[in-house]
Design a protein around this ligand. Structure first.
Ligand code: GTP
Ligand code: MG
Length: 404
């Protein structure tokens, strides 16, 4: 079997089911699956539905399924069940609540246990979203109970986030105040057939108004009254969901992941990898303690083998230390940089047992040449050496990191 079950990209249900169960069981090959999905992502509109327990999230999802099916869509649903330690506990409950459309051939519902982190998004949930996306489902709905953890996670997975609140100004609205409001792209006051919905909607609108303007600026968060059981307000909700999806684009979770990868693979990581890959650095006992674009810090605790015949730190060791910081700082941009000149001065001696620290920073840089200064100090802060060096910047790039 290939990394992708055959028929998955064509949206065949059996292939979708097989892919999801591989993820759930963490089966061998699920890593390959995740990688194989990657080129097929970013089309689905991923909609997160969160809010306090009993707000009517599942009922609303069911109502949305009806409206979206009527528009000819195929929809995937991920329901994260906070209560059950085992996937399967309240699955039946969700199936029943969403059951009206759950059996439709264009709907695929999967409940997942939240695996311990209370109310949060199951780690598998994100990958199940990917499976639906690759399988060509136009919309993916993700239901989670609103707790601190899931808010943050749903924010990174969904393109559009609905926060559902029942009528009433009690604990639920207090919970909304406690931060969940911040992540809403749309606020839904559900159970609008019950008394108090208008007052709750007004209250929420006031809270939105008081809150600092959204950084994104362009989108104004609407407060919508819906009766999920009666289907009232659902068509308007779908229109606003689509408007938001069109405004922000699809695939936010992929951008979030790319940003994280860029962080992880940034200049610091590159310099750390270069240091770790340098046998001479390792043999000398030098450790790299900081690296950034154009800067680096390395240290060495002096042992007997680092001393000269006078019993103080060998000049060659200090040069090596300074030169290592110089090399890491100058190579940290990604392009290979070769030293073409270096000059060192010695001010004070360093002794066995002391830690010697070399800090490199960039003095100047153009397209081809860069100059660095390295200050070498003892752990008591005394300057013992200073170093300047020039590199020639090649057009060749360092090899990207192999994924670990
Ligand atoms: N009157 C009224 N009741 C509703 C409405 N929507 C949901 N309910 C009821 O509210 C209760 C909870 O609904 P669910 O959809 O299970 O709520 P939920 O937010 O998914 O709940 P959890 O998943 O347990 O957090 C059920 O008894 C629903 O029938 C509505 O629009 N009007
Ligand atoms: Mg529910």
């Amino acid at each position: 079997m290939g990394a992708l079950p055959s028929g998955l990209l064509q949206g065949e249900r059996r292939a979708v089911a097989r892919a999801i169960s591989r993820i759930e069981h963490g089966a061998a090959g699920s890593h390959d699956l995740v990688a194989a999905l990657a080129p097929h992502l970013g089309r689905a509109h991923v909609i997160g539905v969160t809010g306090p327990p009993g707000a009517g999230k599942s009922t609303l999802v069911n109502a949305l399924l009806g409206a979206l099916l009527a528009r000819g869509e195929r929809i995937g649903v991920v329901a994260v069940d906070p209560s059950s330690p085992l996937s399967g506990g309240a699955v039946l409950g969700d199936r029943v609540r969403m059951g009206e459309h759950g059996a439709h051939p264009d709907v695929f519902i999967r409940s997942l246990a939240s695996r311990g982190h209370l109310g949060g998004l199951s780690p598998a949930a994100r990958t199940v979203v990917d499976v639906f996306d690759a399988a060509g489902f136009g919309t993916v709905l993700v239901e989670t109970v609103g707790t601190g953890q899931s808010e943050v996670e749903i924010m990174s997975v969904a393109d559009t986030r609905i926060v559902v609140s029942p009528p009433g100004l009690g604990d639920e609205v207090q919970a909304l105040k406690a931060g969940i409001l911040e992540i809403a792209d749309l606020l839904v006051v559900n159970k609008a057939d019950l008394p108090g919905a208008d007052a709750t909607a007004r209250h929420l609108a006031e809270m939105l108004h008081l809150r600092a303007p959204h950084a994104a600026g362009a989108w104004t968060v609407p407060v919508l009254r819906v009766s999920a059981t009666r289907g009232e307000g659902v068509a308007t909700l779908v229109d606003r969901l689509r408007a938001h999806g069109a405004a922000v684009g699809h695939g936010r979770r992929l951008q979030v992941a790319r940003d994280a990868a860029a962080q992880a693979g940034g200049p610091a990581a590159l310099a750390m990898r270069l240091a770790a890959a340098d046998p001479f650095v390792r043999a000398t006992g030098i450790s790299c303690t900081h690296a950034g674009a154009g800067s680096a810090e390395v240290r060495l605790t002096l042992r007997g083998e680092h001393l000269n015949f006078s019993g103080t730190c060998h000049g060659g060791v200090l040069f090596t230390l300074a030169d290592t910081a110089f090399g890491l700082a100058s190579n940290s941009y990604g392009a290979v940089a070769a030293g073409i000149d270096a000059h060192i001065t010695y001010q004070e001696a360093a002794h066995e047992g002391q830690t010697v620290i070399a800090r490199a920073h960039e003095v100047s840089r153009n397209r081809r040449l860069a100059v660095y200064r390295v200050d070498v100090v003892r752990d008591d802060g005394r300057p013992i050496s200073s170093f300047t060096g020039t590199v020639y910047i090649k057009s060749r790039q360092h090899e990207p990191a192999a994924p670990t």
